[in-house]
Design a protein around this ligand. Structure first.
Ligand SMILES: [Zn+2]
Ligand SMILES: [Zn+2]
Length: 117
C-alpha cells in the first residue's frame, strides 16, 4: 500500500502462535520440540487390558526443562531422575494398579529411577 507517496510494507504476522505444552504461554522464537519414541518391547509383562494411548508428539515447549516436567506432571507421567529432558524421550510402562508411563532419555545404563515429574 502507499500513503502520501510513502510505500508501507505490509507486516505479515504469523497469527497462529505456538503455545508451550507446559505452561500454555506463547513461545517466541523456535520452540523446543520433544518426541516420544514408539513403544518397543520391554521386560515388563504386558498385562494391562487396555493401555492408555500415548501421543508421540511432537510437543512444543519453551527452552526450559521445567516446562517439560510440568507437562509430564499434568499428564501423570513419571520422570527418570537418572536421565535428563531431551528432544527424544523413551516411554517406559510402570507396573502398578494404574497404567502409567515413565519418561527417560534412555541413555544411562542403570535401572530407571522414576520419580514424580
Ligand atoms: Zn512454557
Ligand atoms: Zn531412566
Amino acid at each position: 500500500m502507499e500513503i502520501m507517496g510513502v510505500r508501507i510494507t505490509t507486516i505479515v504476522k504469523d497469527n497462529v502462535a505456538t503455545r508451550c505444552d507446559g505452561c500454555r504461554e506463547v513461545i517466541e522464537g523456535t520452540p523446543w520440540r520433544i518426541n516420544l519414541l514408539d513403544i518397543v518391547a520391554t521386560e515388563v509383562p504386558a498385562n494391562w487390558s487396555e493401555r492408555p494411548a500415548l501421543n508421540p508428539g511432537p510437543f512444543q515447549f519453551h527452552g526450559d526443562p521445567a516446562h517439560v516436567r510440568r507437562w509430564m506432571a499434568a499428564r501423570g507421567h513419571l520422570f527418570c531422575r537418572l536421565g535428563t529432558v531431551r528432544e527424544i524421550m523413551r516411554p517406559v510402562p510402570i507396573p502398578g494398579d494404574e497404567p502409567r508411563w515413565g519418561l527417560c532419555d534412555g541413555i544411562h545404563r542403570d535401572a530407571h529411577e522414576f520419580v514424580p515429574a
